[in-house]
Design a binder for this molecule. Structure first.
Ligand code: PEP
Ligand code: MG
Length: 315
């Protein structure tokens, strides 16, 4: 199966009933971008730009950012790259843009909040992104959004950056849905954005009040509470919906996410071929009712039991 997946990795992923699902790659370095292309990713659905900003004494210059973003775009050979603006929290120190002392960094000045707190830093990143968007297909995405006001403020700064860059016609603008407040109100963001991408790692953490990576808690993104939020986004967002958290690479979850309206799955580069194969096995006429049912089950274990391959795949 792995061999067949590798052979077909460069082709689009279409369900058995003819729905195309983009299978994208999550990228955290230029090397990842090369791996994404090698594994047949349709685009880079999440570029974690933190790698450029962490472990240094000063922020990268606009020119340095441009060079790296371009290199990533070139590695992807003309496929779209989705540049997420800086997403750091109080748990990852930035000497040149510190967070206040926080007792709970995951609920503190992180993601878009940090960028809005350092407008000079944010403006430089937006100018770099807008410049790169002049010569290749680029999307920009804001992390950890919780209110519409944040998106309006970020867009205003983006529009200014586009003014400084000259033009950036192909630039698409999106937000990550990682906070329950944003999932509950996804329609309120529609006037300001072109797409949303659900970050299931953080969305699971914040929905279940269970810290990411805390082995004692083992929160599962297939929890019906998380699924309900994704379903809400799928029906209310009014723009294309992607998923870029770990759940997107979970073969059991792929049919369900697709049935909930997700049309892009962004995963670690090596996972691209198998996720494409999983998409090809989906029959939405079966997956749709199962997704409905999953949203009403008791817990993630019950959902996993329901999603046994025979139930959702054409075989
Ligand atoms: C997520 O939260 O699901 C996500 C994709 O972002 P990150 O893992 O970088 O926080
Ligand atoms: Mg996140």
């Amino acid at each position: 199966r792995t061999n067949r997946a590798a052979t077909r990795a460069g082709q689009p992923a279409v369900t058995a009933d003819g729905v195309t699902v983009l299978v994208a790659a999550n990228v955290g370095s230029v090397a990842d971008a090369r791996a994404a292309a090698a594994h047949g990713a349709d685009l880079a659905g999440l570029v974690r730009t933190e790698f450029l900003f962490l472990d240094r004494d000063a922020a990268p210059s606009i020119d340095e950012q441009i060079a790296v973003y371009r290199e990533i775009g070139e590695a992807l050979g003309g496929r779209r790259i989705t540049l997420r603006t800086l997403d750091v929290g109080g748990d990852k120190p930035l000497r040149y843009a510190p967070a206040p002392a926080e007792r709970n960094p995951f609920l503190g000045v992180r993601g878009i909040r940090r960028s809005l707190a350092y407008p000079g830093l944010f403006a430089d990143q937006l100018v770099a992104i807008a410049r790169v968007a002049r010569d290749m297909p680029v999307s920009v995405m804001f992390p950890m959004v919780s209110t519409v006001a944040e998106v309006i403020a970020a867009r205003r700064m983006l529009d200014e950056a586009i003014g400084r860059a000259g033009h950036a016609e192909g630039l698409r603008v999106g937000i990550m849905i990682e906070v329950p407040a944003a999932a509950l109100r996804s329609a309120a963001f529609t006037p300001y954005i072109d797409f949303v991408s659900v970050g299931t790692n953080d969305l699971t953490q914040y929905t279940l009040a269970a810290e990411r990576g805390n082995a004692a808690l083992s929160a599962d993104g297939l929890d019906p509470a998380v699924l309900r939020l994704i379903q809400l986004v799928g029906t209310q967002a009014g723009v294309p919906v992607a998923v870029c958290g770990e759940l997107a690479a979970d073969e059991a979850a792929v049919p369900l996410l697709t049935a909930l309206g997700v049309r892009e799955l962004s995963v670690a580069p090596p996972a691209v071929p198998l996720v494409k194969e999983a998409v090809r096995g989906i029959r939405l006429e079966l997956a749709g009712p199962l997704a409905e049912q999953a949203c009403g089950l008791a817990d993630a274990n019950a959902v996993r039991a329901l999603l046994k391959p025979g139930n959702v795949h054409s075989g």
